[in-house]
Design a protein around this ligand. Structure first.
Ligand code: SF4
Ligand code: ZN
Length: 506
């Protein structure tokens, strides 16, 4: 037996241990404070979330590490010692804007000079734009300082010197403050329990939770914010967020991360996965000496997908063993799409109703209604035409005579996150709905009118299939009516005899 992560209590590969019913589409995550993106619904397996126990471990390990290792920085000192929340917010705001695109070591001296010249927001509001530009000289990106100045004037004049008390208010009121800066100021200066996500946090989370989806995809962005909001320590949100960022900047670095001294090592999927790979390689070497058993034993190596259809797992073909944990995060790489072909059968009874079957309660597209379909392998695709009668008869109890009357409608393509699905659509008219059944894997079946189908829970792909059927039937109706109108003269068009009779009348 392969000594996999399974035996060490790792979460990898959870497809074996976790029911797919635990998966959540990303749209179900807490929406609190997430960026205004509208992610497509994706299947996110449990590997990419934290359990309550893991959250507790993460907080205590990370904060203990931060307490022992953090850098002493002037804005951190103000945030920790200044009793006035508006003064704290002001200092953290200045530091966060300076830190955008500028290194910490450069920012320190600029920050100290700035704070001794304009220690409060009122002081800054009274400065001229020329003065603040001058003080900013060398930091670049001057739009940042213009917005700082504009914001200071706004806080003093409109908000009477008081900073908004939470993330949403900061984002709304302060020019140049987006989701990241708003979260940083709210948590570090004002103690609001909201997470932050920057490049460092993205990298840490992608590795710790094995997130193999493109880091810039809206679905991933939304998931990262949901995770950050979930794991932030309510007692010490500012320290927690700074610890996550500091860990990314000093330990979980883009290249050569220091995994051996990382406080999150025990929770890290990337670390476990690269550990698995190392063990797997040594096992392969071992088995190369015993070739007969090699195939059998290596086949017990767990697959990489955490649950069937998970969009967040890094696919086997995308995993580069030489990179180890640096396989995460995935940047701009498109997940390789698998090609799949499925035969979809529209069974229509005499009154025009169609048979719909309901998918199982768990897994991909759980409980949605769909037209019955049969997955085609390369081989069955070849033989589909020959065997369709038998298959439809066997699977759905359709009479052989009905099954033989099928018509091919069209090929419909639908792209799921990593599947390029082709539906080969057929239509079969059944003389009687009695006797028609469906395979056990479905929850049930129902004959539906077009309207009932459109108002029930169905996938976009199935709606596309219906559209294709209607388009095809519309075309054939058009053809028929064109043909019949070509055969029969229109009202305006005169027959030859009418033409001559008209002429004669003249
Ligand atoms: S164990 Fe390594 S990869 Fe995982 S979070 Fe720590 S430094 Fe990053
Ligand atoms: Zn997964």
């Amino acid at each position: 037996m392969y000594p996999s992560a399974l035996s060490r209590g790792s979460r990898f590969p959870p497809s074996i241990w976790l029911p797919s019913a635990q998966c959540l589409p990303v749209s179900e995550f807490s929406a609190m404070g997430k960026p205004k993106v509208k992610p497509a619904t994706s299947l996110i397996g449990p590997l990419h979330n934290f359990t309550g126990e893991e959250v507790a471990t993460l907080r205590s390990h990370l904060l203990a590490w931060y307490d022992a290792n953090h850098r002493v920085l002037p804005w951190r000192t103000i945030a920790a010692t200044e009793p006035n929340p508006h003064r704290r917010a002001y200092a953290v705001w200045i530091s966060e804007i300076m830190l955008q695109q500028t290194q910490v070591s450069t920012v320190v001296s600029y920050f100290e000079k700035w704070m001794s010249r304009w220690p409060t927001v009122e002081d800054l509001a009274q400065a001229t734009l020329e003065e603040v530009n001058q003080a900013w000289s060398g930091l670049g990106y001057y739009s940042r300082v213009r917005r700082l100045h504009e914001g200071a004037v706004k806080v003093v004049e409109k908000l009477k010197g008081k900073f908004p008390s939470d993330r949403d208010g900061l984002v709304e009121e302060l020019p140049g403050v987006g989701q990241y800066s708003g979260s940083a100021i709210a948590s570090i200066a004002l103690g609001q329990a909201v997470g932050v996500v920057d490049g460092n946090v993205n990298r840490v989370l992608a590795r710790v939770r094995g997130i193999g989806m493109d880091i810039s995809a809206p679905t991933t962005v939304a998931h990262m914010w949901a995770l950050a909001d979930e794991i932030v320590d309510a007692e010490r949100p500012g320290d927690f967020n700074q610890a996550m960022m500091e860990l990314g900047a000093t330990v979980c670095t883009p290249k050569a991360p220091k995994c051996s001294s990382c406080p999150l090592r025990s929770l890290c999927v990337a670390q476990q996965r690269s550990g698995c790979v190392q063990q797997r390689s040594s096992i392969k070497n071992h088995f190369q000496q015993h070739k007969e058993s090699a195939e059998e034993e290596t086949s017990t190596i767990p697959d990489i997908e955490c649950v069937a259809g998970c969009d967040f797992c890094l696919q086997k073909e995308d995993w580069d063993e030489s990179l180890g944990v640096q396989n995460y995060p995935v940047k701009g790489r498109k997940t390789k799409q698998r090609e799949e072909t499925t035969a979809v059968v529209i069974l229509e009874c005499e009154d025009g109703r169609m048979l719909l079957v309901q998918r199982p309660k768990g897994g991909l597209l759980a409980s949605l209604w769909e037209f019955p379909h049969i997955a085609l392998t390369e081989e069955s695709e070849e033989h589909w035409e020959k065997t369709v009668g038998g298959q439809v008869t066997e699977l759905f109890g359709v009479l052989e005579s009905d099954a033989a009357s099928r018509t091919f409608i069209a090929d419909v393509t639908h792209i799921f996150s990593h599947i390029r699905q082709t539906y080969r659509v057929y239509k079969i008219r059944v003389a009687s709905e009695r006797g028609v059944c469906w395979p056990e894997r479905y929850q049930g079946g129902q004959w539906m009118t077009r309207e009932q189908f459109l108002s029930s829970a169905t996938s976009t792909a199935m709606k596309k299939v219906l559209k294709a059927v209607e388009a095809q039937e519309g075309k054939s109706k058009d053809k028929k009516s064109k043909k019949s109108s070509a055969d029969q003269p229109s009202k305006k068009q005169k027959t030859i005899s009418q033409f001559f009779s008209t002429v004669a009348k003249k």
